[in-house]
Design a protein around this ligand. Structure first.
Ligand code: UDP
Length: 318
């Protein structure tokens, strides 16, 4: 039996990961979250499981656990621009940097393997397309997104220094846009916004002209690759891109969701936030070659499942 610590465990990806880790194997899960963007709602079916323990804690502060930890998945960080920017900006940088430091210390003390959820945002406004892991990125260091982008870049740097200096076993994945059940309806990201707006009969809000692109990965596919990455050979540290390589404009996404939910909805346009990347698509050759992984769920199918989830959630049925 392994004891696995998941930070950000009540968040969107973290809660899906906790459920997989408990279901698939004989694991004990310690779920750590400050519930800033996460919620116990996301893990409510696990709360009575004796193999699941929830600790309310902010990883900006050191964490001492009085039992041996085998693996750490460091997922804690607000990930939606409205949640991580503005008044939360300094908190976001601290979560990325001090959180990584504290979790690396815990990994070092326990001789545990540790996986960092890095991000496609390390590429900033990418000048090469699709993005490969060797691309060093084009991040504005002083912009409104930099608390997240630079925070995550610094966390990668810390991971590799702990690996080089102390031999900590590290795994770094760069997660591209992900969606699916357990997203917060008020999260502010595009998939949750469009679906919730559509289900409520509201206008769909496109920022900019909708020509910017993103690649959307269904959360089950992402959880598959996260678990595979943790199980990979120790000498494979990454960074490795994890995401779906299907690329869509935001306008195409709006039209697809409108088509699925309510054809009469209007699309309205708002200004594009600054530093919003104009294009993004992962090159996933490395994940395919090293982890024998590629996403299985197409956008249309994943959206159907996500619409079903939000429909129940907004009606208060779950
Ligand atoms: N976006 C949009 N309408 C919304 C929310 C987001 O047009 O209601 C745009 C946003 O400006 C960005 C894209 O959708 O270009 C993806 O935004 P999201 O916040 O989901 O992810 P990120 O920008 O971090 O990739």
């Amino acid at each position: 039996m392994k004891t696995i610590l998941v930070t950000g465990g009540t968040g969107f990806i973290g809660s899906n990961l906790c459920k997989r880790l408990i279901k698939d194997e004989n694991n004990r899960i310690i779920c750590v979250d400050n519930n800033y963007t996460g919620s116990l709602f996301n893990v409510k079916e696990l709360l009575n499981d004796s193999r699941f323990k929830f600790i309310e804690h902010d990883i900006i502060e050191p964490l001492d656990i009085d039992e041996k930890i085998d693996e750490i998945y460091n997922l804690a960080c607000p990930a939606s621009p409205p949640a991580y920017q503005g008044e939360k900006a300094i908190f976001t940088t601290k979560t990325c940097v001090l959180g990584a430091l504290n979790m690396l210390e815990l990994a070092k003390k326990n001789n545990a393997k540790i996986l960092q959820s890095s991000t496609s945002e390390v590429y900033g406004e990418p000048l090469i397309h699709p993005q490969v892991e060797t691309y060093r990125g084009n991040v504005n260091p002083i912009g409104i997104r930099s608390c997240y982008d630079e925070g995550k870049r610094c966390a990668e740097s810390l991971f590799f220094d702990y690996h080089r200096l102390y031999g900590v076993k590290i795994k770094v994945i760069r997660i591209f846009n992900t969606y699916g059940p357990m997203m917060d309806p008020n999260d502010g990201r595009v998939v949750s916004n469009f679906i919730c707006q559509a289900l409520r009969g509201e206008d769909l809000t496109i920022y900019g002209d909708g020509s910017q692109t993103r690649s959307f990965c269904y959360v089950d596919d992402l959880v598959d690759v996260i678990v595979k990455m943790m199980a990979s050979e120790d000498d494979f540290t990454g960074p490795v891109n994890t995401g779906n390589s299907g690329e869509f404009t935001i306008k195409e996404l709006a039209e697809l969701i409108r088509e699925k939910v309510n054809k009469d909805l209007r699309i309205v346009y708002f200004p594009l936030p600054s530093d919003d990347p104009t294009q993004r698509r992962p090159d996933i050759s490395l994940a395919k070659a090293k982890l024998n992984w590629e996403p299985k769920i197409k956008l249309s199918e994943g959206l159907d499942k996500t619409i079903e989830y939000f429909d129940k959630k907004l009606k208060g049925e779950i």
